[in-house]
Design a protein around this ligand. Sequence first.
Ligand SMILES: C/C=C/C(=O)SCCNC(=O)CCNC(=O)[C@H](O)C(C)(C)COP(=O)(O)OP(=O)(O)OC[C@H]1O[C@@H](n2cnc3c(N)ncnc32)[C@H](O)[C@@H]1OP(=O)(O)O
Length: 276
Amino acid sequence: MTQNRPTQDTDDLRLDELEFETLTIDQHGPIAVLTVNRPRALNALNAETLGEIGMVAEMIAESAEIGALIVTGAGDKAFVAGADISELAGLEGVYGGRDMALLGQDVMTQLSNLPIPVIAAIGGYALGGGLELALACDLRVASPRARLGLPEVSLGLLPGFGGTQRLARLIGKGRALDLMLTARQVSAEEALGLGLVNYVADDPLAKARELAEQMLKHGPLALSLVKEAVRRGLDTTLEAGMEVEADLFGMAFATADFREGTSAFLAKRKPNFKGE
Ligand SMILES: C/C=C/C(=O)SCCNC(=O)CCNC(=O)[C@H](O)C(C)(C)COP(=O)(O)OP(=O)(O)OC[C@H]1O[C@@H](n2cnc3c(N)ncnc32)[C@H](O)[C@@H]1OP(=O)(O)O
Protein backbone atom coordinates (compact mmCIF):
# COMPACT_ATOMS: atom_id res chain seq x y z
CA MET A 1 0.00 0.00 0.00
CA THR A 2 1.71 3.16 -1.13
CA GLN A 3 -1.14 5.66 -1.12
CA ASN A 4 0.19 9.23 -0.94
CA ARG A 5 3.76 8.03 -0.44
CA PRO A 6 6.35 10.59 -1.58
CA THR A 7 8.00 9.21 -4.70
CA GLN A 8 11.31 11.10 -4.42
CA ASP A 9 14.38 8.98 -5.16
CA THR A 10 16.18 8.88 -1.80
CA ASP A 11 19.34 7.02 -2.84
CA ASP A 12 21.73 9.98 -2.73
CA LEU A 13 19.93 12.15 -0.18
CA ARG A 14 20.86 12.83 3.42
CA LEU A 15 18.04 12.91 5.93
CA ASP A 16 18.75 16.47 7.04
CA GLU A 17 18.71 17.69 3.44
CA LEU A 18 15.10 16.63 2.90
CA GLU A 19 12.18 18.97 3.48
CA PHE A 20 8.87 17.64 4.72
CA GLU A 21 5.43 19.23 4.93
CA THR A 22 4.24 17.65 8.17
CA LEU A 23 7.33 16.66 10.11
CA THR A 24 10.87 17.76 10.88
CA ILE A 25 14.03 15.72 11.25
CA ASP A 26 17.02 16.73 13.35
CA GLN A 27 20.19 14.78 13.56
CA HIS A 28 22.60 14.98 16.50
CA GLY A 29 25.47 12.63 15.77
CA PRO A 30 24.01 9.14 15.48
CA ILE A 31 20.64 10.11 17.01
CA ALA A 32 17.82 11.31 14.73
CA VAL A 33 14.72 13.02 16.09
CA LEU A 34 11.53 12.84 14.02
CA THR A 35 8.98 15.44 15.17
CA VAL A 36 5.42 15.20 13.83
CA ASN A 37 4.67 18.84 13.15
CA ARG A 38 0.98 19.69 12.75
CA PRO A 39 0.43 21.45 16.09
CA ARG A 40 -2.83 23.13 15.00
CA ALA A 41 -4.37 19.66 14.60
CA LEU A 42 -2.53 18.36 17.70
CA ASN A 43 -0.15 16.56 15.28
CA ALA A 44 -2.92 14.31 13.93
CA LEU A 45 -1.72 11.83 11.31
CA ASN A 46 -3.11 12.34 7.82
CA ALA A 47 -2.08 10.26 4.79
CA GLU A 48 0.63 12.79 3.94
CA THR A 49 2.18 12.52 7.41
CA LEU A 50 2.06 8.73 7.26
CA GLY A 51 3.75 8.83 3.85
CA GLU A 52 6.47 11.13 5.18
CA ILE A 53 7.10 8.96 8.25
CA GLY A 54 7.38 5.95 5.91
CA MET A 55 9.88 7.79 3.74
CA VAL A 56 12.03 8.69 6.77
CA ALA A 57 11.90 5.08 8.00
CA GLU A 58 12.97 3.86 4.56
CA MET A 59 15.96 6.22 4.56
CA ILE A 60 16.96 5.35 8.11
CA ALA A 61 16.79 1.64 7.30
CA GLU A 62 19.45 2.25 4.65
CA SER A 63 21.57 4.68 6.67
CA ALA A 64 24.77 3.52 8.33
CA GLU A 65 25.05 6.84 10.19
CA ILE A 66 21.91 6.80 12.30
CA GLY A 67 22.06 4.50 15.31
CA ALA A 68 18.86 5.47 17.14
CA LEU A 69 15.61 7.27 16.35
CA ILE A 70 13.43 9.31 18.68
CA VAL A 71 9.83 10.02 17.62
CA THR A 72 8.01 12.96 19.18
CA GLY A 73 5.35 15.62 18.51
CA ALA A 74 5.62 19.39 18.11
CA GLY A 75 4.43 21.63 20.95
CA ASP A 76 3.76 20.69 24.55
CA LYS A 77 0.10 19.70 24.23
CA ALA A 78 0.22 16.56 22.13
CA PHE A 79 2.49 13.77 21.01
CA VAL A 80 -0.08 12.82 18.33
CA ALA A 81 -3.87 13.07 18.95
CA GLY A 82 -4.72 10.28 16.52
CA ALA A 83 -5.42 9.77 12.88
CA ASP A 84 -6.76 12.95 11.26
CA ILE A 85 -10.49 12.72 11.94
CA SER A 86 -11.43 15.23 9.23
CA GLU A 87 -9.58 13.10 6.67
CA LEU A 88 -11.15 9.87 7.99
CA ALA A 89 -14.60 11.48 7.72
CA GLY A 90 -14.03 12.03 3.99
CA LEU A 91 -12.99 8.48 3.15
CA GLU A 92 -15.33 6.46 0.96
CA GLY A 93 -16.78 3.20 2.26
CA VAL A 94 -15.15 -0.10 3.15
CA TYR A 95 -12.22 0.18 0.76
CA GLY A 96 -11.27 3.74 1.71
CA GLY A 97 -11.14 2.70 5.36
CA ARG A 98 -9.25 -0.50 4.61
CA ASP A 99 -6.68 1.32 2.47
CA MET A 100 -6.11 3.88 5.22
CA ALA A 101 -5.62 1.08 7.78
CA LEU A 102 -3.17 -0.70 5.47
CA LEU A 103 -1.21 2.52 4.92
CA GLY A 104 -1.02 3.18 8.68
CA GLN A 105 -0.12 -0.44 9.48
CA ASP A 106 2.53 -0.51 6.79
CA VAL A 107 4.23 2.63 8.10
CA MET A 108 4.06 1.51 11.75
CA THR A 109 5.59 -1.84 10.77
CA GLN A 110 8.38 -0.06 8.86
CA LEU A 111 9.21 1.89 12.05
CA SER A 112 8.91 -1.17 14.25
CA ASN A 113 11.19 -3.23 11.98
CA LEU A 114 14.01 -0.67 11.89
CA PRO A 115 17.26 -2.36 12.96
CA ILE A 116 18.03 0.45 15.44
CA PRO A 117 16.39 1.44 18.75
CA VAL A 118 13.30 3.62 18.27
CA ILE A 119 12.02 5.57 21.29
CA ALA A 120 8.76 7.56 21.57
CA ALA A 121 9.01 10.76 23.64
CA ILE A 122 5.40 11.52 24.63
CA GLY A 123 4.87 15.06 25.89
CA GLY A 124 1.04 15.20 25.88
CA TYR A 125 -1.89 13.42 24.24
CA ALA A 126 -1.07 10.07 22.59
CA LEU A 127 -4.47 8.95 21.40
CA GLY A 128 -5.71 6.55 18.73
CA GLY A 129 -3.24 6.46 15.84
CA GLY A 130 -0.88 8.51 18.05
CA LEU A 131 -0.70 5.77 20.64
CA GLU A 132 -0.40 3.25 17.80
CA LEU A 133 2.62 5.22 16.56
CA ALA A 134 4.13 5.06 20.06
CA LEU A 135 3.36 1.32 20.23
CA ALA A 136 5.37 0.79 17.04
CA CYS A 137 8.41 2.21 18.86
CA ASP A 138 10.62 0.00 21.03
CA LEU A 139 10.32 2.10 24.20
CA ARG A 140 8.00 4.83 25.37
CA VAL A 141 8.91 7.73 27.68
CA ALA A 142 6.00 9.90 28.85
CA SER A 143 5.74 13.27 30.54
CA PRO A 144 3.70 13.27 33.80
CA ARG A 145 1.15 15.37 31.83
CA ALA A 146 0.71 12.79 29.06
CA ARG A 147 -2.68 11.20 28.42
CA LEU A 148 -2.79 7.92 26.53
CA GLY A 149 -5.65 5.92 25.07
CA LEU A 150 -7.28 4.22 22.11
CA PRO A 151 -10.62 6.09 21.86
CA GLU A 152 -11.56 4.87 18.37
CA VAL A 153 -14.82 3.19 19.54
CA SER A 154 -16.06 6.65 20.56
CA LEU A 155 -15.96 7.47 16.83
CA GLY A 156 -17.60 4.21 15.78
CA LEU A 157 -14.22 2.78 14.78
CA LEU A 158 -11.59 0.39 16.05
CA PRO A 159 -7.85 1.01 16.22
CA GLY A 160 -6.57 0.42 12.69
CA PHE A 161 -2.85 1.21 12.69
CA GLY A 162 -1.84 -1.99 14.49
CA GLY A 163 -3.19 -1.03 17.92
CA THR A 164 -5.47 -4.03 18.48
CA GLN A 165 -2.48 -6.30 17.92
CA ARG A 166 0.44 -4.40 19.45
CA LEU A 167 -1.37 -3.23 22.59
CA ALA A 168 -2.56 -6.75 23.48
CA ARG A 169 0.94 -8.12 22.89
CA LEU A 170 2.51 -5.38 25.03
CA ILE A 171 0.20 -5.23 28.07
CA GLY A 172 -1.92 -8.40 27.70
CA LYS A 173 -5.39 -9.08 26.31
CA GLY A 174 -7.42 -8.10 29.41
CA ARG A 175 -5.75 -4.74 29.95
CA ALA A 176 -5.78 -3.97 26.23
CA LEU A 177 -9.48 -4.75 25.95
CA ASP A 178 -10.18 -2.53 28.98
CA LEU A 179 -8.53 0.44 27.26
CA MET A 180 -10.03 -0.24 23.82
CA LEU A 181 -13.61 -1.04 24.92
CA THR A 182 -13.92 1.83 27.41
CA ALA A 183 -11.99 4.33 25.23
CA ARG A 184 -10.71 5.80 28.49
CA GLN A 185 -7.57 7.89 28.68
CA VAL A 186 -4.92 6.89 31.20
CA SER A 187 -2.37 9.09 32.95
CA ALA A 188 1.35 8.56 32.52
CA GLU A 189 1.47 7.08 36.00
CA GLU A 190 -1.25 4.52 35.23
CA ALA A 191 0.41 3.79 31.87
CA LEU A 192 3.65 3.05 33.73
CA GLY A 193 1.84 0.58 35.98
CA LEU A 194 0.23 -1.08 32.96
CA GLY A 195 3.60 -1.47 31.23
CA LEU A 196 2.33 0.79 28.46
CA VAL A 197 5.20 3.23 28.99
CA ASN A 198 8.72 2.38 30.17
CA TYR A 199 9.56 5.66 31.92
CA VAL A 200 7.84 8.82 33.16
CA ALA A 201 10.12 11.87 32.98
CA ASP A 202 9.55 15.64 33.25
CA ASP A 203 11.50 16.08 30.01
CA PRO A 204 10.67 12.98 27.95
CA LEU A 205 12.83 14.07 25.00
CA ALA A 206 15.90 14.48 27.24
CA LYS A 207 15.21 11.10 28.86
CA ALA A 208 14.80 9.49 25.41
CA ARG A 209 18.17 10.94 24.34
CA GLU A 210 19.79 9.65 27.52
CA LEU A 211 18.41 6.16 26.83
CA ALA A 212 19.54 6.31 23.19
CA GLU A 213 23.05 7.34 24.26
CA GLN A 214 23.16 4.47 26.74
CA MET A 215 22.11 1.99 24.04
CA LEU A 216 24.61 3.37 21.54
CA LYS A 217 27.49 2.40 23.82
CA HIS A 218 26.73 -1.20 22.87
CA GLY A 219 27.33 -3.11 19.65
CA PRO A 220 24.87 -1.89 17.01
CA LEU A 221 24.58 -5.34 15.43
CA ALA A 222 23.80 -6.82 18.84
CA LEU A 223 21.05 -4.21 19.34
CA SER A 224 19.50 -5.11 16.02
CA LEU A 225 19.74 -8.85 16.76
CA VAL A 226 17.98 -8.35 20.11
CA LYS A 227 15.14 -6.55 18.32
CA GLU A 228 14.91 -9.24 15.68
CA ALA A 229 14.90 -12.09 18.23
CA VAL A 230 12.12 -10.49 20.28
CA ARG A 231 10.05 -9.57 17.22
CA ARG A 232 10.30 -12.94 15.49
CA GLY A 233 9.98 -14.90 18.73
CA LEU A 234 6.79 -13.13 19.84
CA ASP A 235 5.03 -14.19 16.66
CA THR A 236 5.72 -17.88 17.13
CA THR A 237 5.84 -20.67 19.74
CA LEU A 238 8.36 -20.66 22.60
CA GLU A 239 10.16 -23.58 20.96
CA ALA A 240 10.43 -21.90 17.56
CA GLY A 241 11.46 -18.66 19.31
CA MET A 242 14.35 -20.52 20.98
CA GLU A 243 15.47 -21.66 17.51
CA VAL A 244 15.39 -18.07 16.30
CA GLU A 245 17.40 -16.98 19.34
CA ALA A 246 20.03 -19.71 18.80
CA ASP A 247 20.38 -18.81 15.11
CA LEU A 248 20.84 -15.12 15.88
CA PHE A 249 23.23 -15.92 18.76
CA GLY A 250 25.29 -17.88 16.24
CA MET A 251 25.23 -14.93 13.84
CA ALA A 252 26.51 -12.64 16.61
CA PHE A 253 29.56 -14.91 16.97
CA ALA A 254 30.47 -14.19 13.34
CA THR A 255 30.73 -10.43 13.95
CA ALA A 256 33.83 -8.34 14.61
CA ASP A 257 31.81 -6.59 17.33
CA PHE A 258 31.64 -9.86 19.29
CA ARG A 259 35.45 -10.26 19.06
CA GLU A 260 35.87 -6.63 20.11
CA GLY A 261 33.40 -6.86 23.02
CA THR A 262 34.94 -9.99 24.51
CA SER A 263 38.56 -8.83 23.89
CA ALA A 264 37.80 -5.47 25.53
CA PHE A 265 36.27 -7.16 28.56
CA LEU A 266 39.25 -9.48 29.00
CA ALA A 267 41.73 -6.62 28.50
CA LYS A 268 39.73 -4.47 30.99
CA ARG A 269 39.23 -1.67 28.45
CA LYS A 270 36.20 -0.06 26.83
CA PRO A 271 35.01 -1.70 23.60
CA ASN A 272 35.14 0.16 20.31
CA PHE A 273 32.25 -1.31 18.34
CA LYS A 274 32.14 -0.70 14.60
CA GLY A 275 28.90 -2.44 13.68
CA GLU A 276 30.72 -5.09 11.67
C1 LIG B 1 -6.69 4.21 12.99
C2 LIG B 1 -6.67 5.38 13.87
C3 LIG B 1 -7.83 6.05 14.17
C4 LIG B 1 -7.80 7.24 15.04
O1 LIG B 1 -6.78 7.64 15.54
S1 LIG B 1 -9.28 8.06 15.27
C5 LIG B 1 -8.81 9.48 16.24
C6 LIG B 1 -8.55 9.14 17.68
N1 LIG B 1 -8.27 10.36 18.42
C7 LIG B 1 -9.23 11.05 19.04
O2 LIG B 1 -10.39 10.68 19.05
C8 LIG B 1 -8.80 12.31 19.76
C9 LIG B 1 -9.45 13.52 19.12
N2 LIG B 1 -9.09 14.74 19.83
C10 LIG B 1 -9.64 15.07 21.01
O3 LIG B 1 -10.42 14.34 21.60
C11 LIG B 1 -9.26 16.39 21.59
O4 LIG B 1 -8.72 17.19 20.57
C12 LIG B 1 -8.23 16.32 22.73
C13 LIG B 1 -8.88 15.63 23.97
C14 LIG B 1 -6.98 15.56 22.32
C15 LIG B 1 -7.82 17.77 23.14
O5 LIG B 1 -8.97 18.52 23.38
P1 LIG B 1 -8.86 20.13 23.42
O6 LIG B 1 -7.79 20.53 24.38
O7 LIG B 1 -10.23 20.66 23.73
O8 LIG B 1 -8.36 20.57 21.99
P2 LIG B 1 -9.24 20.63 20.65
O9 LIG B 1 -9.83 21.99 20.52
O10 LIG B 1 -10.19 19.48 20.59
O11 LIG B 1 -8.11 20.38 19.52
C16 LIG B 1 -7.34 21.42 18.97
C17 LIG B 1 -7.46 21.34 17.45
O12 LIG B 1 -6.93 20.09 17.06
C18 LIG B 1 -7.88 19.39 16.27
N3 LIG B 1 -7.73 17.95 16.47
C19 LIG B 1 -7.50 17.30 17.63
N4 LIG B 1 -7.42 15.99 17.44
C20 LIG B 1 -7.58 15.79 16.10
C21 LIG B 1 -7.61 14.65 15.27
N5 LIG B 1 -7.40 13.42 15.78
N6 LIG B 1 -7.85 14.82 13.96
C22 LIG B 1 -8.03 16.04 13.43
N7 LIG B 1 -8.00 17.18 14.17
C23 LIG B 1 -7.79 17.05 15.49
C24 LIG B 1 -9.23 19.88 16.78
O13 LIG B 1 -10.24 19.66 15.83
C25 LIG B 1 -8.93 21.33 17.00
O14 LIG B 1 -8.96 21.99 15.74
P3 LIG B 1 -9.69 23.44 15.59
O15 LIG B 1 -8.88 24.36 16.44
O16 LIG B 1 -9.61 23.75 14.14
O17 LIG B 1 -11.08 23.28 16.10
